[in-house]
Write a protein that binds this ligand. Structure first.
Ligand code: NDP
Ligand code: OAA
Length: 415
């Protein structure tokens, strides 16, 4: 079957090819752009409450009619402070800019609050959210911004909203491209190609023109593999390896089904690869996956179930859910976007890997070149990449090579 074919054609070169670089390419300083004098802090706010109209700049919330092609700070987020003057923020990292399209949609309604809470990028990472909507969604987008205001997230330092991707993507270090029409009951994801493809051509161009040159792009809107390809092709200034199509939800679904069948909690399932497209042709790879560190077939003795039911269950999970809910997965998709981001910014645990749709050029699996295909990936730490660089110093004209490489893990098919 397809999985065996795929898993035997891998070579050792794969891991270095999929190395991911650090996400911190911020050009921002620790001072924010609109910084001004903070209120004097007090240890006991109950006895020192006073009106400080001379010290606080009143924010003017953006109204829909002001947003003709502009991206503007919203409400309380127009009012920012000099972080270096705040004791508890001195250990914080530089602000990062995260652009989200389809920000008024179902998935974003879960995702934005996770990002703003710090659960995605960490408790020392202040974030700026740059929300992209459209004429049709601008009122709803203001509603989202209002809810973000009311949540009082300490790490959320800027929120801007807009309908022009060139404006909204300005200096973005992450672009989470969610905005696209979802399929309804009875549709395949590929039926959306005509409607949604154009969105990703335009947004690719906008990223190319406006975003940080090292922006990491996760394409969620369906059909996400081909939309990621369209986006990448329209953004030649951004490295192709920075584009991902979200197949993490499929990985999570596959882990859940294996755990259920094996009677173990799902944290015991590892090394789960989703090969191919985020569609019903995807191949969830039970041959290389592990349960409690053991090959799946040693734990699940019902091989007929593995070969005949498991794959189809994972392939069709999205469609089954649409029939139940009347709309596509939103909360679990948001969770899987969080997982995908974390996997990209954290070195992959030893011996494990994660799935992502990546550009196939130079891939070691014999997959046709020039498409976006889901395969196993690992993120390497900066220390590991520096060790590799030292190892090849004789090839880069930087002296004599010295190898002190940490032990590596095998990917499916490696000998
Ligand atoms: N890769 C994956 O694992 C998954 C992908 N998805 C996909 O993510 C995308 C977003 O899903 P979800 O947030 O639930 O969808 P919603 O319908 O809740 O929101 C989608 C947003 O996309 C924008 N949009 C752009 N073009 C259209 C259009 N023609 N019709 C309707 N909306 C449009 C709208 O925002 P605006 O008006 O602001 O542009 C809308 O708010 C879909 O394509 C869905 O299939 C969903 C689940 C999993
Ligand atoms: O099935 C859909 O259309 C939404 C989706 O991509 C998923 O749930 O995997």
């Amino acid at each position: 079957m397809a999985v065996a074919e795929l898993s035997t054609s891998c070579t050792k070169t794969h891991s270095s090819q999929l190395s991911l670089s650090s996400s911190s390419s911020s050009r921002f300083s620790h001072h924010f752009r609109r910084s001004f004098r903070p209120l004097p802090t007090t240890r006991n706010p109950t006895i020192s409450c006073s009106v400080a109209s001379d010290q606080v700049q009143t924010p003017i919330p953006v109204q829909a009619q002001d947003l003709k092609g502009k991206s503007e700070c919203y409400g309380v987020f127009c009012l920012t402070y000099d972080l270096q003057a705040e004791e508890e923020t001195k250990s914080w990292k530089k602000l990062i800019n995260i652009a989200v399209s389809g920000a008024a949609g179902m998935i974003s309604n879960h995702l934005l609050f996770k990002i703003a809470s710090g659960e995605v990028f960490g408790p020392n990472q202040p974030v700026a959210l740059k929300l992209l909507g459209s004429e049709r969604s601008i009122q709803a987008l203001e509603g989202v911004a209002m809810e973000l205001e009311d949540s009082l997230f300490p790490l959320l330092r800027e929120v801007s909203i807009g309908i022009n991707p060139y404006e909204v993507f300005q200096d973005a270090e992450w672009a989470l491209l969610i905005g696209a029409k979802p399929r309804g009951p009875g549709m395949e994801r590929a039926d959306l190609l005509d409607i949604n493809g154009q969105i990703f051509a335009e947004q690719g161009k906008a990223l190319n023109a406006s975003a940080s040159p090292n922006v990491k792009v996760i394409v969620v809107g369906n059909p996400c593999n081909t939309n990621a390809l369209i986006c990448m092709k329209n953004a030649p200034n951004i490295p192709a390896k920075n584009f991902h199509a979200l197949t993490r939800l499929d990985e999570n679904r596959a882990k859940c089904q294996l755990a259920l069948k094996a009677g173990v909690f799902y944290d015991q399932v590892s090394n789960m690869t989703i090969w191919g497209n985020h569609s019903t042709t995807q191949v969830p790879d039970f041959l290389n996956a592990r349960i409690k560190g053991l090959p799946v077939k040693e734990v699940i003795k019902d091989h007929k179930w593995l070969e005949e039911e498991f794959t189809e269950k994972v392939q069709k999970r999205g469609g089954v859910l649409i029939k139940k809910w009347g709309r596509s997965s939103a909360a679990s998709t948001a969770v899987s976007i969080v997982d995908a981001i974390r996997s990209l910014i954290t070195p992959t645990p030893k011996g494990d890997w994660f799935s992502s749709g990546v550009y196939t050029n130079g891939n070691p699996y014999g997959i046709v070149e020039d498409i976006v295909f889901s395969m196993p990936c690992r993120s390497k730490s900066e220390a590991e990449l520096l060790a590799e660089k030292r190892c090849v110093a004789h090839l880069t004209g930087e002296g004599i090579g010295f190898c002190d490489l940490p032990e590596d893990t095998m990917l499916p098919g490696e000998m």
